[in-house]
Structure formats: C-alpha cells, structure tokens
Design a protein around this ligand. Structure first.
Ligand SMILES: Nc1ncnc2c1ncn2[C@@H]1O[C@H](COP(=O)(O)OP(=O)(O)O)[C@@H](O)[C@H]1O
Ligand SMILES: Cc1cn([C@H]2C[C@H](O)[C@@H](COP(=O)(O)O)O2)c(=O)[nH]c1=O
Ligand SMILES: [Zn+2]
Length: 190
C-alpha cells in the first residue's frame, strides 16, 4: 500500500480542456486506494462555493481555500496528508519561485501533489508557474478542449469581452476555447 510517494503531476491546457475533472478523478482514485487526500484552491477563485472546486460539468469536490502558498505547508502537516490536489495553480500566489519552493518541500516529505492550471492566458502568454512546474514534474498531461469554431483541438482560451486585465474570472460567458488558426482569425477581426 501507499507505493505512490512524492510525485508531482501537472494537468494543464486551455479552459474547458478537462483539467479540473482530471484533478478530481485523480483525487478520487487516490482516495479509493487508501491515501489521505485533500484539495485546495486559491481563495480568490470565487466562481463556485468557497469550500469547493467545480468542473464545467458541475462535478464538485471539497477544497480548502488558500490565501498564499505558505498556508499550504502548515495545512498539509496538520492534516497528515498523503496526496494534495491544487486547482487553478496559476492564481495561487504571485511569486512562482515561492510556489516551487513550497511544493518541493512538501514533495520531499513523500507527499504527492497534483496541480491543475492554465498553460496560457487569453493573450497566449504562458502562466509563469506552469513554465516552472512542467519540466520539474514527474507526469505532465496537456489537455485539449474542442475549438468552438471548427471542432478541432483547442489551443488557447479566447476572451469574448474587451476586458484587458490578466485575471477576469468566468466561464463560457467570458471565454471560448479556440484552435490556433481560429484564434488568429478572430484576432484579426477584432
Ligand atoms: N468546447 C469545449 N470542449 C470541451 N469540453 C467542453 C467545451 N465546452 C464545455 N465543455 C465541458 O467542459 C468539461 C471540462 O471541464 P473542466 O474539467 O472543468 O475543464 P477545465 O478545468 O480545463 O476548464 C467537459 O467535460 C465538457 O463537458
Ligand atoms: C484564460 C484566462 C482565464 N482566466 C480565468 C477564467 C476562469 O475563472 C479561470 C480558468 O478556469 P478553468 O478551470 O481553466 O476553466 O481563469 C483569467 O483570469 N485570465 C485568463 O487569461
Ligand atoms: Zn478552430
């Protein structure tokens, strides 16, 4: 039992690609296998309840909100966890180096960490924390949504509104997954 120790698993891709669903599925499987698991999320992600993560399929999992990555270390210790899941890792802390430091401290204690997060923002700029975690991870899964224009694999999350700040929470009201060709076409039209 409990052979799976200290691994870093990254689920990444555009919005609607299945990152949260994959995180939830992994946590469920580890829980069935007898590991003590817990999910976490950034407190600022207020799209669903404060104490849950929710996929676009409305599948909810209990989760503790974090104000900063430093809160995670203490909670993991206090709860005696074997497996930690973190959704929306790109919003967990503004300092990616600090996130890496804390995550690897936890991994080095034999705790497995599964993260889900966007690879790129709406302007196709990579999120820094994903750039830091992908090469360091044991397993990286790049997921793909369906391009809402042409039906091929989506590549990026297109923002439908004219809001320009990097962080604008939302779902299908605000974003649509597009392949590279459809995204570039859309950008020339805008
Ligand atoms: N264009 C799309 N392509 C793929 N899935 C979509 C699309 N639009 C809505 N969905 C729904 O989104 C679900 C994935 O949601 P979720 O796991 O929350 O993704 P993510 O965390 O990557 O945003 C799919 O199972 C599907 O039901
Ligand atoms: C592309 C992009 C997304 N966001 C926000 C929108 C959602 O609230 C989350 C992503 O959720 P998902 O589980 O991946 O569907 O991030 C943002 O703030 N800025 C962006 O550029
Ligand atoms: Zn397309």
């Amino acid at each position: 039992m409990h052979q799976y120790k200290g691994r870093l698993i990254v689920h990444t891709g555009s919005m609607f690609s299945g990152k949260t669903s994959s995180l939830e599925k992994d946590l469920k499987r580890f829980s069935i296998a007898g590991y003590k698991v817990c999910a976490f999320k950034p407190r600022m992600d207020s799209r669903c309840g404060e104490n849950e993560i929710m996929s676009h399929d409305q599948e909810a999992t209990h989760a503790y909100p974090l104000d900063t990555i430093d809160d995670l270390e203490a909670m993991v210790q206090e709860k005696g966890l074997d497996v930690v899941g973190i959704d929306e890792i790109q919003f967990i802390d503004p300092d990616p180096q600090r996130v890496v430091e804390v995550l690897f401290k936890i991994l080095d204690r034999g705790i497995t960490i599964i993260v889900a997060g966007l690879d790129m923002d709406y302007q196709k700029v990579p999120f820094e924390i994903i750039k830091e975690l992908m090469p360091r991870a044991d397993y990286v899964y790049k997921h793909h949504a369906v391009c809402t224009c042409c039906g091929s694999d989506a590549w990026v999350s297109h923002r439908k509104s004219s809001k320009t700040s990097r962080v604008v929470l939302g779902a299908i009201d605000e974003y649509e997954p597009l392949c590279r060709a459809c995204y570039e076409k859309m950008k020339t039209k805008e």
